[in-house]
Design a protein around this ligand. Sequence first.
Ligand code: ACO
Length: 366
Amino acid sequence: MTRPSNPVGVGDTAITGIDGAHGVLTYHGYRIEDVVAHRDYEAVAGLLLWGPRHDSPPDRDVASELRSRRSLPPTTEQVLDALPKDTPPIDGFRTVVSAMNDVARVYPPTVEESLDLIARSPTLVARLYHRSNGTRPVEPDRQLGHVANYLWMVEGILPTPERARALERYFILLADHGISASTFALRIVLSTRSDLASAVSAALGALKGPLHGGAPPEVLEMLDAVGSIDQVEPWIDRLLEERGRLFGFGHPIYRVEDPRATLLRKFAKEVAAPDRYALARRFEEVALERLALRRPDHRLFTNVDFYGAVLLEAVGLPRALFTPTFALARTAGWSAHALEQVAQNRLVRPPERYIGPPPRTWSDQA
Ligand code: ACO
């Protein structure tokens, strides 16, 4: 007897709740607005990893554990040093992570390996940045929190608390977003009982694309191309006539504004240069108006990447680090999804629909 076909997708998750119809986003049930107002990134990483019963795990101090795991092991450094000097940081991140032999090469991944991934990735990205930039690497500083230390390693100067907190808010808001394209890629790889390093490398490959985590630098390219407020309308009209995409708008799930976009608009305004914010705001107004005119039946809204990009620029990060920074924030979510996937693992085989020709014969005479 043939077994009935039983394709397996990735559907159930208890980590991040997204109500796209009402614009509600929660981490283990906690509203994102409360999380970003009252917690730091380390606490959010602990919440995502350990789940709703323990906002911080009872017997572990996540902040100090992350602090103590920041250095890169020598084998990781060897792979990093073998890369061509001009390797973009996002490509270096994807390549070196796959060779991080202390970030699990065995199945299943553990919490320890997840903490190593979250803690070491900023060090790796900062090293890749300095390598591509021809500048000297900066060692991690154990006195600083996770996000402030990342800024320190990139710039080599102590960040002001305002800049560090602005970037930390971005990290918190980007820490997880359900089974997005990159998280789906991660979970598919783990479903084959492959290892965490391979899964994160796949996730980084998916995140890099401009329709996902590659969107933030594209947002700034758009704003630069527009140049001034009086050019916003003709520029957007031209782009839409040519069937171009407006980066930072639209989302597969949200049918109202993404709550992260609402928050990031406010946070970006606090740190951005007034002229830059004014240009972004005008661009957003015209973009939403024109998109609504084109498709009144299918409204599109500002997504997380539009003001995310404005905030990252205001904090002073170079554009080459925008997508890697998105990925650094997401290492907490990817780790949580890795643990959730292996706890209930079945090989993922998405349902498919064959739309090719019916069975036919291939003979010499045909
Ligand atoms: N600019 C112009 N047109 C758009 C945009 C946009 N930003 N977004 C969607 N559309 C168009 C689509 O081309 C489509 O048109 P069509 O029916 O004539 O082909 C129509 O609107 C409907 O698209 P949706 O079904 O709403 O969008 P979809 O789910 O296919 O894509 C996506 C979502 C990829 C995010 C899209 O909105 C987009 O390309 N946005 C710009 C890139 C971006 O900002 N990406 C980051 C998103 S956040 C994240 O990381 C996932």
